[in-house]
Design a protein. Structure first.
Length: 384
């Protein structure tokens, strides 16, 4: 047997061995870590592998914590022992119904659905499943509660109560800009422009379960935005900076431009939950209804819309992805805006109609018609 013929046999044998090995191991992208066999792998085994191989590299640290919590606390205990290929829509439906009956909100249960749906969708991409059983489940509807906001009086009462606390500038900025808590706590002095009176929102702060803090980039281009500041907000922030500089000087620390605007005396991040508790305590002290810190954002938007500010401007200040989202979120303000627009339109046309009536009608007749056409006068304006 010639050497060349022997070489050909060796090559063919090697190729055959590789082909057989690839069939045993399955798709190449699964040949990392523990190989999953769909018929024998339990849902618990798959979800834990999915967390490490997919969720952790692709989600934010905060998002990964949420997914991990839902999977380990709820999904695995309920149906983790079921084989991946034996999972059925009724298993998921039973889980959703049980959690609703145990007191979880519809929104939370929908989040459970989003997690398991995404995990099963990945299993399809990995060649472990042929279809996603989560598509065959009815997800509970979320009933949105009426939005809680403050009016002008309540807002001023709250700020008056906060004036003597270290959180005054923080809460003032929240109410006067509509920024999210995570955005406020990530704000640096270099993000403030005192000359052009504006704030640049470019990141957010998140506190993880292990006690660490992470700064994340905005999720969307609209969230990265510039917000104009009112004169009073500028004054409040300038005074806050002076106080912060005095405290740092007393500690022998120099205040730098990349330091946090709202921080501990030493310059460390504020704990988000501590800030939220301070907000609730101050609302109680002010003798007004308690709303969430996130509702400062809604209060800001609602008050602006009531003042006739264009929804597009409100959308840009809040960082909403579309104006439709802004209008849907604050639809409770829309009836008042529509009424004001109708009255304004009425005044415009009836003013012209009144002038024409003077020329063609006798005085007595005009007075009767004009009385019907005259817009309603706000009596509160006459009393001031």
């Amino acid at each position: 047997m010639s050497c060349s013929f022997c070489s050909i046999l060796v090559i063919l044998g090697a190729e055959l061995a590789l082909n057989n090995l690839s069939k045993i191991r399955g798709p190449p992208h699964l040949d990392k870590g523990t190989f999953l066999r769909p018929g024998k792998t339990t849902l618990a085994e798959y979800l834990l592998k999915w967390l490490s191989d997919y969720a952790k590299p692709n989600l934010s640290p905060r998002g990964y914590e949420r997914y991990q919590g839902i999977i380990t606390k709820y999904l695995i205990p309920d149906f983790g022992s079921i084989t991946l290929t034996q999972l059925r829509p009724e298993h998921l439906q039973k889980h959703y119904t049980g959690k609703l009956n145990n007191g979880l909100s519809a929104g939370t249960v929908r989040y459970h659905h989003a997690v398991i749906h995404k995990a099963l969708q990945t299993a399809m991409k990995w060649g472990l499943l042929n279809h996603n059983v989560a598509d065959g489940v009815d997800v509970p509807r979320v009933h949105h509660n009426e939005m809680q906001t403050w009016d002008e009086y309540e807002t001023n009462r709250f700020l008056e109560a906060a004036k003597s606390t270290p959180y005054y500038a923080l809460f003032y900025t929240a109410l006067f800009t509509g920024m999210r808590r995570s955005e406020l706590l990530a704000l640096r002095w270099q993000d403030l422009d005192f000359i052009f009176s504006q704030i640049s929102v470019s990141r957010s702060l998140h506190h993880l379960k292990d006690g660490s803090y992470v700064f994340l980039q905005p999720k969307s281009a609209k969230s990265r935005r510039t917000i104009a500041l009112s004169p009073s907000a500028i004054i409040t922030l300038e005074e806050h900076k002076e106080k912060q500089e005095a405290i740092r000087n007393a500690l022998g620390i120099t205040l730098k431009e990349d330091d946090l605007v709202f921080s501990t005396p030493e310059g460390k991040p504020l704990r988000p939950n501590t800030v939220t508790r301070a907000w609730s305590m101050l609302a109680t002290r002010a003798g007004i209804k308690t709303i969430r810190l996130h509702d400062a954002r809604h209060t800001h938007a609602s008050l602006m819309l009531k003042q006739g500010v264009h929804p597009k401007v409100v959308q840009e200040r809040l960082g909403h992805s579309t104006i439709a989202m802004t209008l849907d979120t604050y639809s409770h303000v829309t009836p008042g805006l529509q009424q004001a627009a109708a009255e304004s339109f009425d005044r415009l046309l009836n003013h012209k109609a009144g002038k024409e009536a003077v020329e063609v009608l006798p005085p007595g007749v005009f007075q009767i018609i004009n009385a019907k056409l005259t817009p309603i006068v706000d009596i509160t304006a006459l009393q001031t």
